[in-house]
Design a protein around this ligand. Structure first.
Ligand SMILES: [Zn+2]
Length: 379
């Protein structure tokens, strides 16, 4: 199929795109809201079934069902896994009674760009091909999970098992705000550090106390210094608490730490340093929990090759798309770490993810719909 033709046909599907996007955005689906999830999965399953997908659902304990849909199962080309999530970070009602807004080229609402538009792109790309009398070159699987925003604990095993059955993974998360695709993402680690010292009267016997708070101050600075700007490793203390009253030496302190790493080597370096930290006051005990949540999606040769292929198809369709390595993690981190070629950021373009300004830029997103359809025809 001619990429320029598919791009035109994608733009001709604008109304259908917005109709489905509005339906999906209006069903609010914060991560642990099983009622919203049930309505959402039911609706998406009926849309996919009508399009000829074979749909299965898997129940999960504390989050909504995971949806798996398969199409063109007998096709002989390379199998492609389209990876999406339907949970959002927005509590129900945070966008008021009218969560959906459309004005000119901008469609807005909770989870619009992150990532219900990506789901719509995944649904419509094969439909576009079918309308053009074509289809995906190989078997196509659409995996739509329910807990990406809370770490993917309930879906990680399935994501990894499915990735290993496919030749490549296309993650339909949004592009970077400037439109760039994502051939690499940093790994994400999170830690909790608890300090326990000795309480004492701050006036009568301050030196009998062992201040967990003073240790916390040293700890914060020491940990922050583990960052490496040149490599792109960041170590960010994000939440802290300590003490009980103005006149009491703090017995306990608690710190949360967000770590982003470009490589496993960096993940291991920071992890070792965090665990090796020794409080200055020997009376204060430190305990560390947590670790690497998502391995880095390193911009390896396989991922870069997939990016170059997508960029060439965009050029053939008359536009250009950049490539970037970004800080935020996605489920593509898991698939890339298994060595399965992974390209992310294909689903939509917009901005304001995780804020009330979240929105989709429709025209640029339709370019990606055409691009995804082109990628699916590649043998
Ligand atoms: Zn998100």
């Amino acid at each position: 199929m001619d990429p320029a033709q598919l791009r035109l046909q994608a733009h001709a599907q604008r109304d259908a795109y917005l109709e489905l996007l509005e339906q999906l955005v209006r069903i609010e689906t914060p991560s642990r809201d099983r009622d919203g999830a049930a309505v959402f999965v039911q609706h998406l399953a009926s849309v996919l079934t009508a399009d000829g997908w074979r749909v299965t659902r898997e129940a999960r304990d504390e989050v909504g069902d995971v949806l798996l849909a398969r199409l063109a199962e007998d096709a002989e080309g390379p199998a492609t896994l389209l990876l999406c999530h339907y949970d959002t970070v927005h509590p129900r009602g945070s966008f008021g009674s009218q969560p959906w807004r459309l004005q000119d080229d901008v469609a807005a609402g909770p989870g619009s760009v992150d990532m219900k538009a990506g789901i719509v792109t995944g649904v419509l790309a094969p439909r576009l091909l079918r309308h053009a009398g074509s289809g995906p070159a190989g078997p196509l699987t659409l995996l739509v999970t329910s807990d990406e925003e809370i770490g993917s604990a309930a879906s990680r095993a399935l994501i990894e098992a499915e990735a290993q059955r496919h030749a490549r993974v296309l993650v339909l998360e949004p592009s970077r705000d400037d439109g760039a695709l994502k051939a690499g993402r940093k790994g994400v680690a999170g830690y909790r550090l608890e300090l326990r010292g000795r309480a004492s009267h701050a006036g009568l016997a301050p030196h009998d106390g062992a201040s967990a708070l003073v240790e916390l101050a040293h700890l914060v600075l020491a940990l922050t210094a583990l960052g490496d700007d040149a490599l792109g490793t960041t170590v960010t203390p994000t939440v802290a608490s300590a003490g009980t009253a103005t006149n009491v030496v703090a017995e306990e302190a608690d710190l949360r730490l967000d770590v982003r790493v470009p490589s496993l080597t960096e993940a291991e370096r920071v992890d070792a340093a965090v665990r090796a930290y020794v409080p200055r006051d020997p009376r204060v005990r430190l305990s560390v929990s947590g670790g690497l949540n998502r391995p880095p999606m390193e911009p390896n040769e396989a991922n870069q090759a997939l990016l170059r292929r997508a960029q060439a198809l965009a050029v053939a369709a008359g536009w250009q798309v950049g490539g970037a390595v970004v800080g935020g993690g996605s489920d593509g981190n898991f698939t890339s770490a298994l060595g399965v070629p992974t390209l992310d950021g294909l689903g939509s373009v917009g901005g304001g993810a995780h804020t009330r300004e979240e929105h989709v830029r429709v025209g640029a997103t339709l370019d990606r719909l055409g691009l995804l359809a082109s990628l699916l025809t590649e043998a």
